[in-house]
Design a binder for this molecule. Structure first.
Ligand code: MG
Ligand code: ZN
Length: 233
């Protein structure tokens, strides 16, 4: 999307291009959402900057969900299938999307990944978006909701600098909380920034690596799944 916008001369044209891209994306996202609903799958779109712990969180969640809920993961990265490999070997179906430099996942890529997943067996789908705090927020993939991660090493004001991503998140996970002291994390300031940028979001303070805060997050995810399954398909 970035290249197309840079190549067009005037701002009204930019808006047209962006609207047509997003319009096409929305059509595919609506189809994905219908498909996921038919199968009663709760779909979560995980977004954050690179290195804030999305894959580590998934490693922990998949371990904890084993034997309880059947999980699947779609992993998006610009290059390498490192994360897909990290998650393989667990009791979850993993599809890696390598975007070839593309800086976000879109609904069509997600549809292609869904076509490879055994949907009737799946209860919960995690989509690990490309690490990027900007455009992933604009692309609906057909998920039930977005979750944003913010690690304590990134700085307390990231939610104010990237408000569209945080404001669209149903939940924010403050990750690497075990490193808070070393990172001189100002918790009060961070919570004030989050209240400002994401006033409606559920906040979880967690350490994916140390397993802190994971119970609360899992309880919340289970409640979201029960809510979804109460609505007739
Ligand atoms: Mg990752
Ligand atoms: Zn992008």
């Amino acid at each position: 999307m970035k290249d197309i916008i840079l190549n067009v001369p005037s701002s009204p044209r930019v808006i047209e291009v962006e609207e047509s891209i997003l319009g096409k994306n929305q059509h595919a996202a609506d189809q994905n959402r219908r498909l996921l609903r038919e199968h009663g799958i709760l779909a979560v779109n995980l977004m954050s900057s690179p290195g804030s712990g999305k894959t580590a969180l998934l490693e922990t969640l998949l371990g904890r969900l084993q034997g309880q809920l059947k999980a699947a993961v779609i992993v998006g990265d610009c290059a390498t299938d490192n994360d897909g490999r990290r998650l393989a070997g667990r009791d979850a179906h993993v599809v890696q999307i390598t975007t070839g430099g593309y800086c976000h996942l879109d609904a069509e890529m997600t549809a292609q990944a869904l076509a490879q997943a055994p949907l009737p067996e799946i209860d919960i789908l995690f989509i690990e978006n490309v690490g990027n705090l900007v455009c992933p927020a604009s692309f609906d993939l057909g998920e039930d909701f977005k979750i944003a991660l913010l690690s304590v090493t990134e700085g307390e004001d990231k939610p104010l600098k990237y408000p569209s991503l945080f404001s669209r998140a149903a939940a924010v996970i403050v990750n690497k909380i075990d490193l808070a002291a070393a990172a001189e994390w100002d918790r009060e300031r961070a919570m004030a920034c989050l209240r400002d940028a994401a006033p409606g979001a559920a906040i979880f303070e967690a350490s994916a690596k140390k397993g802190i805060g994971i119970d609360a997050l899992l309880d919340w995810l289970r409640s979201r799944m029960q809510e979804k399954r109460r609505i007739p398909r």
